[in-house]
Design a protein around this ligand. Structure first.
Ligand code: BMA
Length: 806
């Protein structure tokens, strides 16, 4: 049987005079940080001070373990699941291999070799610059040369990320000792038809003994099958009756089935293969799920749709975009993946798009998504640049695509492969076409190589050439009426009320910035007097004119809180939540024409002002809590349309939703000006739209409308906050076990407890809440023990709400 020995021990990192203990998996920056050689690049402006690290060469060294396993076997392989990025591997000074792709794994035959293993990393920066020099410069959204080396693009900096170009053995390394044969590759094709699950395992083996008779045996769901290996290939088919279907969360359960595949020495026909021989030679185990997925892209009366259909059920995708959770991805543990994705699921998210400036996500990521019922859309790693198609890049792209498509095949959560992020759009709209003057830019990947690889390796999954993409060069790539759309005009130029001007078929990106939680800023910028434009705040704001856009977005609604950082911080977070709400409420109520919203972005990779709902320290911004309302199965919303106000009852549940919505037209002082009950009935997975009777429509800045049904509420204020003559907010705060209650005496709009101001460990269980006079809300707080009067006062001072004139 194949024996594996992990290579985790005894590593040291060398650079010129330095030698320090190193971690594998890991990377140079985290080793230097642990040894105290560099300051934490996440804090203050340290990022700039460690820029040299990415420009140097680094060597990782260890002794290969003197194991007797090598003597018991015919063959020994040195296996790296991931090397970041440009490396030369040596054993006792003898070259074993070279690498230049972070997105691949590597296997080297080291049979009979022992001694000192060294992995010498060159600078990815230098490699990228050299390739750029040879192939010629191509257009790009960012200045760094990330398109010339197959490495996580955003490690070169992004409009939310630091430039920290690291190197290292970023995924596990091991020795594998084996004899006769091993399982080299397994492509599990999993399908299901009328309750009958089918698993087809297309297997490749590698042999050290050409003639040995080999058998594969597989089991899944109590079914067993065998196949004889002819040469190096075999296919094992298993039909599993009455399988339970895997569903995205909210639609059903996530049953997972273990698949076990064993390679045996012996004949398939024998009743007990392997007897008298060495028996089992190698094994492969994964978990799969049975479900179907289609992407309905048929033309219709509105253009060209983009609707996910899982197990025959048409879905509105409640999505978020995912970026690497740490700019040093080797630091993202299984536990951390699980925690972040659990946060997404708890917010009602059912689709996660792994964005193309990052990585092909890890097994830990996909295992969590399989278990949580999160659908995954995986971009191939190409983003915001023209990518050359010449060597050495072309061969690397093909190899990484073939490997990763097969690696991720077992996971039922994976439902879509996407060619790239914004490159088809960039070619058409960002002047690339002219500047390229006929040079290669990646089209051959997105419309040729990658769809071919997906079709050949994994025909069970759909592929789309890009995001955005309208399906054809005959149309603009970002045409909202066709396919996927990125909606960035709002953040870049106009008010978020303008989201209502379009009903794209699928909104794959849209979003709004806000600063991270206060405690996150305090940790990252210790000692700094915080101001929107203070040096640390600006360093941790990477977007072009980011603060300008925040400010222009803010003054459309609120008076600019000059000289009051805390109020600026609160109001910009409110504005972020309101902007994203404006988009989702409009688009969800436009189902089935619009079939999904993917918020830019769920997470951050360091502490920064960004579009994220969860900040770089894992703290939820008010937007996060707002997503829980926006992505719930049932959403009630009031929509201002050209012909008047409309009430939308969005019902994504499997049951009909009917009830009487109580509408109240209110004055901001608290008087009920008009009242009515509106019977609403929304069938399963559908939207009911009802015009609001004219006498209920609020008029002028003093009035608003509130709609209530089944504990859900929608509010409509016809004027911008700075025009509304709010009363001075009055409310009482009381400590209760596990949190606080707030009782309003006046209208209190967008009340927020910033629990992290009470204790950096404290978390509130809700975000923005608007209270009508007389209403009470309970806010649960974890990680904070409140005892007496002083704590009540502290809670009071951590409460923010909209105030008249500010
Ligand atoms: C989108 C993304 C990212 C970027 C974000 C915010 O287009 O694809 O490239 O970070 O916008 O600008």
């Amino acid at each position: 049987m194949l024996e594996a020995s992990p290579l985790t021990e005894g590593w040291i990192l060398r650079h010129e005079g330095i030698a320090l203990p190193a971690r594998v998996p890991g990377c140079v920056h985290t080793d230097l940080l642990a040894a105290g050689v560099i300051e934490d690049p996440f804090l203050g402006r340290n990022e700039t001070g460690v820029a040299w690290v990415g420009r140097r060469e680094w060597t990782y060294e260890t002794d290969l373990p003197a194991v007797s396993a090598a003597e018991r076997h015919e063959q020994t392989d040195l296996v790296f699941e991931g090397l970041d990025t440009v490396a030369e591997i040596l054993l006792d000074g003898r070259p074993v291999g070279r690498t230049r792709n972070m997105h691949r794994s590597y296997r080297f035959d080291v049979t009979g070799m022992t001694g000192r293993l060294s992995v010498r990393f060159g600078s990815a920066h230098a490699e990228a610059e050299a390739v750029r020099g040879r192939l010629g410069e191509r257009p790009s959204a960012y200045p760094e040369p990330y398109a010339y080396v197959r490495k996580m693009a955003c490690s070169f900096g992004w409009d939310w990320g630091p430039t920290l170009v690291t190197a290292g053995i970023w995924r596990p390394a091991r020795l594998e000792h084996w004899s006769t044969a091993r399982i080299a590759r397994v492509r599990p094709l999993v399908t299901v038809e009328e309750g009958m699950g089918r698993v087809e395992l297309a297997v490749e083996v590698e042999r050290s003994r050409v003639e040995a008779p080999l058998t594969l045996e597989a089991t899944v769901g109590g079914v067993r099958a065998r196949a004889r290996v002819d040469g190096t290939r075999a296919t094992v088919r298993l039909d599993v009756p009455d399988v339970d279907l895997w569903w995205p969360r909210g639609y059903g359960e996530q049953p997972l089935y273990d698949v076990e595949l064993t390679l045996l020495h012996g004949e398939a026909s024998a009743s007990a293969p392997g007897r008298g021989e060495a028996g089992a030679l190698d094994a492969w185990r994964r978990r799969i799920g049975f479900r179907t997925v289609e992407l309905d892209r048929r033309p219709d009366a509105h253009g060209t749709g983009f609707t996910f259909v899982v197990n025959g059920e048409r879905l509105f995708a409640r999505g978020v975009n995912w970026i690497p959770d740490d700019v040093f991805p080797s630091r993202v543990s299984r536990v951390r993946y699980r925690e972040r994705l659990r946060q997404a699921a708890d917010a009602g998210v059912d689709l996660v798009r792994v964005w193309g400036g990052g990585i092909y996500e890890s097994e830990d990521f996909y295992d969590a998504c399989d278990e949580l019922g999160l659908l995954v859309w995986q971009d191939f790693p190409f983003a915001c640049a023209a990518y050359p198609e010449e060597q050495p890049l072309r061969g690397e792209v093909e190899a990484e695509a073939r490997e990763n498509v097969v690696r991720l095949m077992p996971h039922p959560s994976l439902v879509l492969w996407n060619g790239n992020n914004e490159n088809l759009w960039g070619f058409r709209d960002w002047d690339w076409e002219r500047r390229l003057a006929g040079e290669s830019w990646g089209e051959g990947y997105y419309l040729g190589l990658l769809p071919r690889v997906v079709a050949e390796s994994d025909p069970t999954r759909p592929y789309t050439a890009g995001s955005p993409w309208s399906g054809s060069w005959d149309r603009h790539p970002n045409d909202p009426a066709h396919g996927t759309h990125h909606s960035w005009e709002v953040w870049n130029q106009v008010d978020y009320a303008d989201y209502r001007l379009h009903v794209p078929r699928f909104v794959a990106e849209f979003g709004w910035q806000a600063p991270p939680a206060y405690a996150t800023l305090r940790r990252a910028l210790a000692g700094e007097e915080l101001a929107p434009g203070s040096p640390g705040m600006l360093h941790h704001q990477k977007a072009e004119d980011g603060n300008g856009k925040l400010e222009r977005g803010l003054v459309r609604h609120f008076a600019l809180p000059e000289g009051d950082f805390d109020r600026w911080h609160y109001l910009t977070q409110v504005n972020q939540a309101r902007a994203v709400a404006a988009g989702i409420e409009h688009w969800r109520s436009s189902w089935p024409v619009c079939a999904g919203t993917v918020v830019w972005q769920l997470n951050d990779c360091w502490p920064v002002t960004s579009w994220a709902a969860i900040d770089g320290d894992g703290r939820e911004k008010p937007l996060y809590h707002e997503l829980r309302r926006l992505y719930a199965d049932r959403l009630l919303t009031l929509r201002a349309r050209d012909d008047g106000l409309v009430l939308a009852a969005v019902n994504q549940s499997a049951d009909e939703w009917s009830g009487t919505v109580v509408l109240r037209r209110m004055s901001v002082e608290g008087a009920v000006l008009a009242r009515a009950g509106l019977d609403v009935s929304a069938g399963r997975r559908s939207v009911a739209l009802l015009p609001v009777p004219g006498e209920l429509e609020p008029v002028g800045p003093k009035e608003y409308l509130v709609a209530d049904v089944d504990g859900l509420r929608a509010l409509h204020f016809p004027a911008a906050d700075r025009e509304i003559p709010y009363p001075r907010p009055e409310f009482e705060v009381a400590l209760v076990p596990g949190g606080i209650t707030v009782t309003a005496h006046t209208l209190v709009r967008d009340l927020l407890l910033q629990a992290d101001r009470l204790d950096p460990r404290a978390r509130a269980d809700r975000g923005l809440v608007t209270l009508l006079p007389g209403e009470t809300v309970t806010i649960g707080v974890r990680g904070w023990e409140a005892r007496g009067e002083r704590d009540a006062a502290a809670a009071r001072s951590a409460l923010y709400c909209v105030e008249p004139g500010r």
